[in-house]
Design a binder for this molecule. Structure first.
Ligand code: ADP
Ligand code: MG
Length: 246
């Protein structure tokens, strides 16, 4: 797989966010080099999804900075920032009454200003890339969950993002469908896409990530190379987490 768009580095520093009195992010630092993958692991409720939402400014951080390619994006229009970041969620939210191809073509047409023909060409190209060209005219409901998630990935890629965020992209899938989606994510990483991946798939985090971040209760407890975190955890909290999930 090749991705034509150039990938950027991303840095979040000292990010804080509260919901009322609930301090969900309490000074989080995260970094992904251009073309590399950083995985975020940690217990449910530790702030992983919130971190992704702060990094693309769906929530404005109360403190801290966000840099793409070394430049702060906090002064930019949030919509402009979001166009540079491809998001894939647990639930794919495809439009059920539109064809697979139309689902993918919609963003490029509306947000990138491509003509109908150009948008369809881009959509078909991405659909081929995720191995589902033959499903172009199907409705999402006639696809398996794994295929729908690959369509959602194609939809994000059609916007030519400079970095991709995945939030538990395989958590809602039947076990036999997980491998195909993780395989696609692995291909994307190999093709040099910058990625931040929130995941419970420890095999993926270990084998594909360049960096792993372990979060608990709104802070980064440990971060480093996957071998260091998985083979030699330094804190009791990470040891306890790994003993539950491995
Ligand atoms: P994770 O993804 O690690 O499971 P989340 O980021 O979803 O954790 O949630 C972290 C904390 O923030 C939880 O206590 C959750 O209830 C709270 N939270 C998340 N989103 C909101 C929101 N929109 N409004 C209020 N509280 C929220
Ligand atoms: Mg979450």
């Amino acid at each position: 797989m090749t991705t034509a768009t150039s990938s950027v580095s991303l840095t979040g520093t000292d990010l804080h966010l509260s919901f009322g009195t609930n301090k969900v992010l309490r000074g989080v630092d995260i970094h992904v080099d251009a073309g590399k993958t950083t995985s975020v692991i940690g217990p449910s409720g530790s702030g992983k999804s919130t971190l992704l939402r702060v990094l693309n400014r769906l929530h404005e951080p109360e403190r801290g900075d966000i840099l793409l390619d070394g430049r702060s994006v906090l002064g930019d229009n949030p919509d402009a920032l979001r166009q540079r970041i491809g998001m894939v969620f647990q639930h794919f939210n495809l439009f059920p009454h539109r064809t697979v191809l139309d689902n993918i073509a919609l963003g490029p047409r509306k947000l990138r200003g491509l003509s109908k023909e150009q948008a369809r060409a881009v959509a078909l190209e991405q659909l081929e890339l995720v191995g589902l060209a033959e499903k172009a005219q199907s409705r999402p409901g006639n696809l398996s969950g794994g295929q729908q998630q690959r369509v959602a990935i194609a939809r994000a890629l059609a916007m030519k993002p400079e970095i991709m965020f995945f939030d538990e992209a395989t958590s809602a899938l039947d076990p036999e469908l997980v491998k195909g989606v993780l395989g696609l994510m692995t291909d994307l990483a190999s093709a040099g896409m910058s990625m931040v991946v929130v995941t419970h798939e420890m095999g993926f985090a270990r084998s594909v990530s360049d960096t792993v971040v372990f979060m608990d209760r709104g802070v980064v407890v440990e971060t480093g190379k996957p071998e260091a975190l998985f083979d030699d955890p330094q804190t009791e909290r990470l040891q306890a987490f790994l003993s539950q999930v491995l």
